[in-house]
Design a binder for this molecule. Structure first.
Ligand code: BT5
Length: 324
C-alpha cells in the first residue's frame, strides 16, 4: 500500500520533484521509511531520481500491472475499478474465487505478474512466467440461470478476440470453446468457474490468460509449436498495461450487451470470429472421440456436429482439433 501511495504522490507531482519531507508528512511515515520504499520501487524497475535538495522524481515506470499503472489508463465505468494485484500467486482464478466467497463485488479483478500453479481446464496447466504476460481473473455476478453460464464463456472469448484485434490490428479466431488463436496458434485461453445453486448463480470467475511478451523460444518445448504471443505475431514487445485496459473495456461492453440483449449479439459475433461452420473437426469429450462437420454453436454455447452417418451431436464440453 505504501508503494502505491508513494507512486501516486510522485505521479501527481510529475514532472516536478516531491520532497522527502512532504512525502513523509503526507504519508505519515518517517523519511527513512520513504527512502526504503523508494529503493524497493527501484528494485521493481521504477526509475526514481533522488536529489538531496529537491527530493524524488519519477523518471520512468516499468510495465507492471499494479493499480497505479493500470488505473490511469482505464476507461471502464465499473470493470476493474478494484484491482487486487500480486507479484506471484498460485492462480488468479483461485484467489478471485476466494475473494468472491468473501463478498467481493462484481467487477473486482485479480491480476498477477506470475502464477505458480496457473490452471487450464480439466486439471491442465497454464504456462505463466513472470512479468511478460497477462494473468487476469474477473468476478461477475450475473442474474441469469446457471445453464446460460456458458454464454459468458462465449462472450469472454469474443471480447478477448476483439481486444486483441483492436490492440494489434491482427485478426484472431476463436477455437471452440475457449481458445483464441493467431495464425493457428494459441495466444489466449479462458477458464471460467461458476459457483451456483440449482437456479441461481452466486458468481462466475472469468479467468483469462494472454501471452503478451513471451518470445517463441521462451515457451516450453511441449507447447512451442502450438502457442504464440502478441509479441511474436506483432514483431516487437508491447505494453501489457495498455492491452489490459483495452481488454477490460471490451469485456465490460460485451457483458453489458449480453445482459441487455441476451444471447443473439454474442452468438453473432462469436460465429463471425470462430468461422467454425462447415469445418471438419475431431472432438474429445468425456473420454469419447467424435469426428464430423461442425454446424454451429447453439444458444447455450454447445457445439453442434454432424457425424459422417448424418447424425447430429451436441457437445457441451471438450477439446476440438481441426481435421484436414
Ligand atoms: C485454457 O485451458 O486454455 C485456460 C487457460 C486459462 C489461464 C488463465 S490465466 C488467469 C487465470 N488463472 C488461472 O489459473 N487460469 C486462468 P485449456 O484449454 O485446458 O488449455 C491448456 C493447454 O494449453 C495446456 O495443456 C497446454 O497444452 C497449453 N498451454 C499451456 N500454457 C499455455 C500458454 N501460456 N499458451 C498457450 N498454450 C498453453
Amino acid at each position: 500500500m505504501l508503494d502505491e501511495e508513494i507512486l501516486r504522490l510522485l505521479k501527481d507531482g510529475s514532472p516536478e520533484s516531491v520532497s522527502g519531507e512532504e512525502m513523509s508528512r503526507r504519508l505519515k511515515v518517517s523519511r527513512a521509511a520513504v527512502w526504503k520504499r523508494v529503493r524497493g520501487l527501484r528494485a521493481m524497475g521504477y526509475e526514481i531520481e533522488a536529489s538531496p535538495r529537491k527530493g524524488y522524481r519519477l523518471v520512468r515506470s516499468p510495465d507492471l500491472l499494479t493499480p497505479s499503472e493500470v488505473k490511469p489508463l482505464l476507461r471502464t465505468k465499473w470493470m476493474g475499478r478494484t484491482i487486487h494485484h500480486f507479484h506471484s500467486i498460485d492462480s488468479t482464478n483461485s484467489a478471485a474465487y476466494q475473494l468472491a466467497l468473501e463478498g467481493a463485488e462484481e467487477g473486482e479483478i485479480v491480476i498477477a505478474e506470475s502464477q505458480k500453479k496457473g490452471r487450464g481446464r480439466l486439471g491442465r496447466k497454464w504456462f505463466s512466467p513472470p512479468f511478460s504476460n497477462l494473468y487476469l481473473s474477473l468476478i461477475l455476478r450475473p442474474e441469469i440461470p446457471p445453464q446460460e453460464a456458458s454464454l459468458i464463456t462465449l462472450m469472454a472469448a469474443v471480447a478477448t478476440a476483439r481486444a486483441i484485434q483492436k490492440f494489434s490490428g491482427l485478426r484472431p479466431t476463436i477455437k471452440w470453446p475457449n481458445d483464441i488463436l493467431l495464425n493457428g496458434r494459441k495466444v489466449a485461453g479462458l477458464l471460467n468457474e461458476i459457483h451456483s445453486e440449482t437456479d441461481r448463480i452466486h458468481f462466475i470467475i472469468l479467468g483469462i490468460g494472454v501471452n503478451v511478451n513471451t518470445e517463441a523460444r521462451g515457451f516450453p518445448e511441449e507447447i512451442r509449436s502450438l502457442a504464440t504471443s502478441l509479441r511474436r505475431e506483432m514483431g516487437h514487445s508491447v505494453s501489457r498495461k495498455v492491452f489490459v485496459a483495452i481488454l477490460l473495456e471490451e469485456i465490460e461492453a460485451w457483458y453489458e450487451t449480453f445482459l441487455e440483449e441476451g444471447a443473439p449479439p454474442i452468438l453473432k459475433a462469436w460465429r463471425e470470429t470462430a468461422q467454425i461452420r462447415g469445418r471438419r473437426v475431431k472432438v474429445r469429450s468425456f473420454g469419447e472421440v467424435l469426428i464430423g462437420k461442425a454446424l454451429d454453436v447453439d444458444s447455450n454455447g454447445a457445439l453442434i456436429l454432424e457425424t459422417k452417418d448424418g447424425e447430429r451431436k451436441r457437445v457441451v464440453a471438450g477439446d476440438v482439433e481441426y481435421a484436414k
